[in-house]
Design a protein around this ligand. Structure first.
Ligand code: GLN
Length: 496
């Protein structure tokens, strides 16, 4: 197997035994990026010199017998929504096209502390709003399994970079499915951790009560490794959980015993593509062979999850994105576009208007308008407040379910990856894709997407496991057990 196709865990072993250097490894992944990024467009930016410099420093320290961090010279790709000091962090928006953060996000700082080599920044839907990676201001990412198809979103670049062997590890974010959906469509593993398990400091906010940073990789062991590096309490994030980080890698090796799985019957209804349903059911059968019991569980409010999410997320977005006003940082419209505007309008208002009209893409504007409407006086009770109540009921459904079962198992997305452009004209059809994933964000629980087969057209299909708050170890234990019996996660697309 080619070096770049090996798992991060295997590569870490090679690095530790001195069988490969971080420079060689980093160079190999950069070469793969050079060869395939022009048509996949997973990375918005890479910096070869900077990456090789980081790698060289780690190699030198290792050669001198100095201690090396957990990721010991492994390359990592970072979604362009996390601040990286001194390198552009655009959030795939024209608004932040030239934004140079003066600090590192905590996750980025932890990657550096763990001696990861940061390869570059990956493409995404603008401000993480979307499920297809088509909303990037800098052009879509394509699915390495079929470049006519979307890779899923919003962490589309993160997932595609793994499927195309451009990196062994990737950081993504998930507000309503943005780690799990692209993981599913690209045939890799993605974990949305418990809300607060990974710091949000330096993460450009979309919907702060839902946003989570998490790992994507090609196996559950690799996901566990990356989670160990980034998880943990952070005083700079007031919602960060102050609990010790689990031994996630050990969890992936633990055999399953008496696992109780729950299935939500409504999630296997008419909205679900029959091939996806079959592959997910096959995976559930395999869990049964591994000794799991499966029972149906009721989630009576899950049918309202999309409605609640598409009130709460845009409401928070309308507030979070108010800061992009052309005055503090980021894009400002050319004065020629506004200075001679309507004579009776305040020039400051004209400047705001032009800046936001030109700086944001269509989907971001749609979210801001939806959210501003839902929060406005007179509608607040009817929309925002009601959505919060529904959110509470959904969380209660999960709470009740986890009294009966350990994990909930089901689909990640209603269908395999669709064609680029297929849903662009119909925002509602795009929102409905989030049917199975937004619940975990509303309830703040961890959820994982795992490859479980391929469609007849050769596109990857994923299965979703959801667990109670802070059950990351159990999720990874189940994922590890499944992956020891299957090879879906080891398949790679033919990029030629
Ligand atoms: N697809 C969902 C949305 O558009 C989720 C996005 C995300 O998780 N960042 O809001």
């Amino acid at each position: 197997m080619a070096l770049i196709e090996q798992s991060a865990t295997e590569l870490l072993g090679l690095l530790q035994r001195g069988e490969v250097s971080s420079c060689e490894l980093t160079g190999a992944f950069l070469d793969q990026i050079d060869a395939h990024n022009p048509h996949v467009h997973a990375f918005l930016r890479t910096d070869r010199d900077c990456a090789l410099q980081q790698a060289d420093l780690i190699d030198t320290r290792r050669a001198h017998g100095e201690p090396v961090g957990l990721l010991g010279g492994l390359p990592v790709a970072v979604k362009d929504i996390l601040c990286t000091r001194g390198t552009v962090t655009s959030c795939a928006s024209k608004m932040l096209e030239n934004y140079m953060p003066p600090y590192d996000a905590t996750v980025v700082a932890r990657l550096k502390q763990a001696d990861a080599v940061i390869l570059g920044k990956t493409n995404m839907d603008e401000f993480a709003m979307g499920g297809s990676c088509e909303n990037s201001a800098f052009g879509p990412t394509r699915n390495p399994w079929n470049t006519g198809c979307i890779p899923g979103g919003s962490s589309g670049g993160a997932a595609a970079s793994l499927a195309a062997s451009m990196t062994p590890l990737s950081i993504g974010t998930d507000t309503g499915g943005s780690i799990r959906q692209p993981a599913s469509h690209c045939g890799i593993v993605g974990l949305k951790p418990t809300y607060g398990r990974v710091s949000r400091y330096g993460l450009i906010a979309f919907a702060s009560s839902l946003d989570a940073v998490g790992p994507l990789a090609r196996s559950s062991e690799d996901v566990a490794l990356l989670l160990e590096a980034i998880a943990g309490h952070d005083a700079r994030d007031s919602t960060s959980i102050d609990r010790s980080v689990g031994d996630y890698r050990a969890a992936t090796r633990r055999p399953l015993e008496g696992l109780r799985l729950g299935m939500v019957l409504e999630h296997f209804g008419e909205r679900l593509d029959s091939e996806v349903a079959q592959k997910v059911r096959d995976a559930i059968d395999l869990f049964k062979d591994l000794g799991a019991s499966v029972q149906e569980i009721a989630m009576p409010h899950s049918q309202y999850a999309i409605s609640a999410y598409y009130i709460i997320a845009p409401s928070e977005a309308s507030s979070n994105l108010a800061r992009y006003d052309g005055a503090h940082y980021g894009f400002r419209a050319d004065a020629a576009d506004w200075a001679d505007g309507g004579a009776d309008e305040n020039p400051l208002v004209q400047m705001y208007r032009s800046t936001r009209a030109e700086g944001f893409g269509a989907e971001v504007k749609r979210r801001i308008m939806l959210g501003t409407y839902a929060l406005s006086a007179g509608y607040y009770d009817a929309y925002y407040l009601k959505a919060l109540k529904v959110r509470r009921l959904i969380a209660q459904d999960y709470h009740n379910a986890f009294k009966q079962v350990d994990l909930i198992v089901g689909p990640v997305t209603p269908s395999p990856a669709f064609k680029l452009g297929d849903k662009s004209e119909d925002p509602l059809s795009m929102y409905l894709v989030d049917l199975y994933t937004v619940g975990a964000n509303l309830a703040g629980i961890p959820a994982l997407s795992l490859p479980c087969g391929f469609s007849s057209t050769g596109l990857p299909i994923g299965i979703q496991l959801q667990g109670a708050a802070l059950s990351e170890e159990l999720l990874l234990q189940a994922a590890g057990s499944y992956q020891r019996q299957t090879t879906w996660h080891m398949q790679r697309p033919d990029l030629a």
